[in-house]
Ligand binder design. Structure first.
Ligand code: AMP
Length: 425
């Protein structure tokens, strides 16, 4: 199968070939023809599958055939959960639209609103936005929805996790009824299916990641180690194994900062990104990492979600996530586009439960390697694969989501405080 057989026109094929893509990825093979036909789609696909081009290419093709955009109006709206993802999708749209007269814009919170209002005066064929800022701009009449023909919800599962459900429902209510809807999500949980009910019409369902399977191109292993020795072990591995660039996950913002400081103190360039950092600091850290100036990027789950960092050879779980699905998301950062990657988890005895949950979810017992000099005093329990099916989530989760609460994010949910929805970005 080639891109040209999918029904895309010359200017788009030219942009695709400039990227060096030889053939469509499975999601692209399935999504592009369906979207070109005007169908709604529901696609289960994680970052790294080529999903962005999967919706952007046919969306541009369709828009290129219609009327020019009006001032302050939008023809295709792409909603993303995070600012980083919005910026990345925006870059992809601009890249693929290079040889078309299609305009695009990106809006997200954490930066001044006035330049975005100014930009929207000439309208945008494609607007990539985070929900909170989009609502802001709409309430100030800077963005008008009457001409929206296509809606894309990217990483819908994460939008729900981050408490954006209310904003999303408000936005949906403001859009024209007649439109094409494209829903992308890493998994199709019951919550996503509930959201989909009021959103997509007779959708084509596409599933390119068998649920909760970790990529086969990722070599996963764990290092049993005492909690206190983790930072030194990471420094040792970085040096001993000559890892060039590593994305490291921590459970908390504080942990991310502490680890980055620890590494810097040992002459290893490191930066932390998490929800407490300003937009400018996050963008700078990511740019420095992409430019190779920062060797270790330490991130919490929220900050790292959707980051497109090409062909990262190693991903390290400094802490195991409490939510086993996050393990699958995290290691999706490596072994992408056919390259073999390595995902290493530093696991202490106290994390045995989290390890068991991950092994049960992914249906594998992870290979263990104890590093000389880091033999743990507190021994990690012995894993046995639990093949009992995981029970469906309890309905109580739905109620929490409807009230806009965040479900998973340790980084934003101090146990002493009541749960509150995430401040829209
Ligand atoms: P995404 O899943 O959209 O985040 O894309 C993951 C990465 O795959 C990005 O760096 C894309 O540039 C790249 N990519 C997308 N489509 C293809 C393709 N057909 N062949 C090779 N790489 C691709």
């Amino acid at each position: 199968m080639s891109f040209s057989s999918l029904g895309l026109s010359e200017p788009i094929l030219k942009a695709v070939s400039k990227q060096g893509y030889e053939k469509p990825s499975p999601i692209q093979e399935q999504a592009i023809p369906a979207i070109l036909e005007g169908k709604d789609i529901m696609a289960a696909a994680q970052t790294g599958t080529g999903k962005t081009a999967g919706f952007t290419l046919p969306l541009l093709e369709r828009l290129s055939k219609g009327k020019p955009v009006r001032s302050n109006h939008v023809r295709a709206l792409v909603l993303t959960p995070t600012r980083e993802l919005a910026a990345q999708v925006g870059e992809s749209v601009a890249k693929y639209a290079k040889h078309l007269s299609i305009s695009s814009a990106v809006v997200f919170g954490g930066v001044k609103v006035s330049p975005q209002m100014l930009r929207m005066r000439k309208g945008a064929d494609v607007l990539v936005a985070t929900p909170g800022r989009l609502m802001d701009l709409h309430s100030q009449n800077a963005v008008k929805f009457q001409d929206v023909e296509i809606l894309v919800l990217d990483e819908a599962d994460r939008m729900l996790d981050m408490g954006f459900i209310r904003d999303i429902r408000k936005i949906l209510a403001l859009l024209p009824k007649q439109r094409q809807n494209l829903l992308f999500s890493a998994t199709f949980s019951d919550d996503i299916r509930n959201l989909a009910k009021g959103l997509v019409n007779d959708p084509v369902e596409i599933d390119v990641n068998p649920r909760n399977q970790t990529a086969r191109t990722v070599n996963q292993w764990i290092c049993p180690v005492d909690q206190k020795k983790k930072a030194n072990l990471l420094t040792h591995l970085l040096t001993d194994r000559q890892w060039k660039q590593v994305l490291v996950f921590t459970k908390t913002k504080h942990g991310a900062n502490r680890l980055a400081t620890h590494l810097e103190g040992r002459g290893i360039s490191a930066a932390a990104i998490h929800g407490n950092k300003s937009q400018a600091a996050r963008t700078k850290a990511l740019a420095n990492f992409k430019a190779g100036e920062v060797r270790v990027l330490v991130a919490t789950d929220i900050a790292a979600r959707g980051l497109d960092i090409e062909q990262l050879p190693q991903v390290v779980n400094f802490d195991l996530p409490h939510v086993p699905e996050d393990y699958v998301h995290r290691i999706g950062r490596t072994g992408r586009a056919g390259a073999v990657g390595e995902a290493i988890s530093l696991v202490c005895a106290e994390e045995f439960k989290d390890l068991q949950a991950i092994e049960r979810l992914t249906q594998q017992v992870l290979h263990r390697e104890i590093i000389d000099g880091f033999n743990p005093i507190n021994k990690l329990g012995v894993s046995r694969l639990n093949t009992t099916p995981i029970k469906a989530k309890k309905p109580k989760i739905n109620r929490q989501l409807q009230s806009g609460a965040s479900l998973k994010q340790t980084e934003r949910r101090p146990s002493s405080k009541p749960r509150t929805p995430r401040k829209p970005t």
